[in-house]
Design a protein. Structure first.
Ligand SMILES: CC(C)(COP(=O)(O)OP(=O)(O)OC[C@H]1O[C@@H](n2cnc3c(N)ncnc32)[C@H](O)[C@@H]1OP(=O)(O)O)[C@@H](O)C(=O)NCCC(=O)NCCS
Length: 281
């Protein structure tokens, strides 16, 4: 795949617009769309409306924030800066804090084998296995503990905290997740050590031939041993092997982006992730 920038940005736009549509309905507010999840699960974001004649205004942002509050979901907005450069100042003027996250695309020619990055084996959750529901729950528990200790430094939280955070999925949710994994729309990877179980994990969402890797996290007790890079590389390999053409992710910081560089990704642009700015006294 050659990384023709304009084409890649267009495909990313279609991806962001497409990925929530399986499980959410769309509400339109001027130049923005809000994806409202049908049923339980992680709430979605609002983003620029495809094909809108006018860019989103500060008033659109304010209206969507009111709606998100009424729904009881996070006031979350996401967009690709290169596709909507006008939105960054508008979002800030409407009271949002915007994280400018490195947007990175896999270069398959430099994707290393996961085994070269870490000595802890990484496996993909198998949707035909009776353990599949538990694997998905474990990925979420690892992410909950990992994201609760932001940054890349090691810390005290480990397998005990992970097990305490484990929330079993309902049978209905397991069936939905299983169906999505079976047809390639979702993938889950776990790095498991023999004595500690899953110590790092991540997942991928796919729409057509484009996939995003997300939720990469390592328990603080297991950090700085190459696990996040290995989980990322294993997911990327799985996605390529199952026919995905474009694999991307957004890194939470420049520091985290270094990890993805080692897993075969290259910086392409900036993903904007916005939430309400903290209120200062
Ligand atoms: C970010 C995060 C996933 C990294 O996990 P990790 O498993 O420690 O990552 P890695 O071990 O692959 O890389 C981390 C560092 O360890 C180094 N490292 C890798 N293997 C190593 C080894 N065997 N010995 C010493 N250092 C090693 C890497 O070079 C990297 O160093 P750098 O920061 O100087 O670039 C983890 O800190 C985390 O869960 N943070 C909170 C959640 C989060 O931010 N997730 C990412 C969202 S985009």
């Amino acid at each position: 795949m050659s990384l023709v920038h304009g084409e890649v940005f267009e495909r990313l736009e279609r991806f962001y617009d497409g990925v929530p549509r399986d499980t959410a309905h769309v509400e339109t507010y001027g130049g923005l769309v809000l994806f409202v999840r049908d049923g339980a699960g992680w709430p979605f974001y609002a983003r620029p409306r495809p094909g809108a004649s006018e860019p989103p205004s500060a008033a659109d942002v304010t209206t969507v924030r009111e709606r998100q509050r009424a729904l009881g979901v996070p006031e979350a907005f996401e967009w690709v800066h290169e596709n909507h450069p006008e939105l960054l100042p508008v979002a800030r003027s409407a009271g949002l804090a915007v994280l400018e996250a490195p947007l990175m695309v896999l270069d398959p020619a430099i994707l290393p084998p996961a085994e070269r990055l870490s000595d802890v084996p990484v496996r993909l959750a198998d949707p035909t296995s009776p353990d599949f529901g538990r694997d998905v729950a474990t990925q979420r528990a690892v992410a909950a503990i990992g994201f609760a200790a932001p940054g890349t430094a090691p810390g005290d939280a480990g397998p005990v905290a992970r097990d305490a955070a484990l929330v079993a999925l309902t049978p209905r949710r397991v069936d939905e997740e299983r169906a999505q994994a079976a047809d390639g729309r979702r993938a889950y990877a776990l790095a498991e050590s023999v004595d500690q179980g899953a110590v790092a994990a991540g997942m991928a969402m796919r729409v057509g031939d484009v996939a995003e890797i997300a939720g990469i996290a390592t328990l603080p007790t297991a950090r700085r041993r190459g696990l996040a890079a290995a989980v990322t590389a294993a997911l990327a390999r799985h996605l390529l092997d199952s026919g995905t053409e474009l694999v991307f992710l957004s890194a939470g910081s420049e520091e985290v982006a270094r990890i993805y560089l080692r897993a075969g990704f290259r910086r392409l642009g900036t993903a904007c992730i916005a939430e309400p700015a903290p209120v200062t006294a």
